[in-house]
Design a protein around this ligand. Structure first.
Ligand code: NAD
Length: 257
């Protein structure tokens, strides 16, 4: 795959899955725009390191995906957007009656509405360029529910619905829009939860992974960041031209249940 001359914008890409997707796209020659709501030396260093490693242009652009204006400004600042990966996301866990309103609003804004705003700003650029890929990083929770995750499950189901609408609106054009629905992915965030969970339940770390964290994931294996990035690359490939408006579940069998 060769994406030389194409620009990819990856929201929420200073930790976890986002930089992994950015690196895979950069390795294929795409220029990348990294993003989060912070503006630290480390954020900009990440972009410089990717640029140096892959010989492409990489920029870090601060934009808060909770803010509609920032979402649209991110795409405008990028100047071009051939590949849009809506990846920014947060989580909060609480029963519905106690779910803090500000957490509900933040999760809907960052995990769902940001994808609407960035896509709205990016589609005219993709149309002008005559090619485009919108890849929404949803979740197994875009297809299945779990208790105490009202906002996250609602937002991720919403992202799946948004992906279908964008696919229909672009169906006659060389643009596709799909959602990737990963089960649990081994990110530093998850790594940090393993010893805590083991301690909380009084079990070994292996048991904490199998019986608690991966309870719903029949494979009992985490996805890797590289596997999620690989699916995004597949969706950008020629083989995937007719794949639009759908979900790719990568969840070790979770959604088969
Ligand atoms: P992460 O916390 O490492 O990454 C989330 C990214 O979003 C970070 O770069 C963070 O800075 C950014 N972000 C958060 N709030 C933001 C805001 N207001 N504006 C801009 N950026 C913001 O977690 P991750 O696991 O890499 O998650 C990435 C995506 O994958 C999320 O949408 C998440 O829901 C989804 N996902 C993760 C898993 C998993 O098991 N890790 C499984 C399924 C789906």
């Amino acid at each position: 795959m060769e994406f030389k001359g194409k620009t990819a914008v990856i929201t929420g890409s200073n930790s976890g899955i986002g930089p992994g997707v950015a690196r895979a796209l950069a390795a294929a020659g795409a220029d990348v725009v990294l993003n989060s709501f912070t503006d630290s030396d480390e954020d900009h260093r990440l972009a410089r390191d990717i640029a140096a490693e892959f010989g492409i242009t990489a920029r870090y652009v601060r934009a808060d995906m909770a803010d509609p204006g920032d979402c649209r400004a991110l795409i405008e600042t990028a100047g071009a957007c051939d590949i849009l990966v809506n990846n920014a996301g947060i989580q909060h866990v609480a029963p519905v009656p106690e779910f803090p309103v500000e957490k509900w609003n933040a999760i809907i804004a960052i995990n769902l509405s940001s994808a609407f705003h960035t896509t709205a700003a990016a589609l005219p650029m993709m149309r002008k360029a005559g090619w485009g890929r919108v890849i929404n990083i949803a979740s197994a929770h875009g297809l299945r529910a779990s208790p105490f995750k009202a906002a996250y499950v609602a937002a991720k189901h919403g992202v799946v619905g948004l992906s279908k609408v964008v696919a229909l609106e672009t169906a006659r054009e060389p643009i596709t829009c799909n959602a990737i629905c990963p089960g649990y992915v081994r990110t530093p965030l998850i790594d940090a939860q393993i010893p805590d969970t083991a301690r909380e339940y009084g079990i070994s770390e292996d048991e904490a992974v199998e019986k608690v964290i991966l309870l719903k994931q029949p494979s009992k294996e985490f996805l890797t960041i590289e596997q999620v990035a690989g699916i995004a690359m597949f969706l950008c490939s020629e083989a995937a031209v007719q794949i639009t408006g759908t979900t790719i579940a990568a969840d070790g069998g979770w959604s088969a249940q």
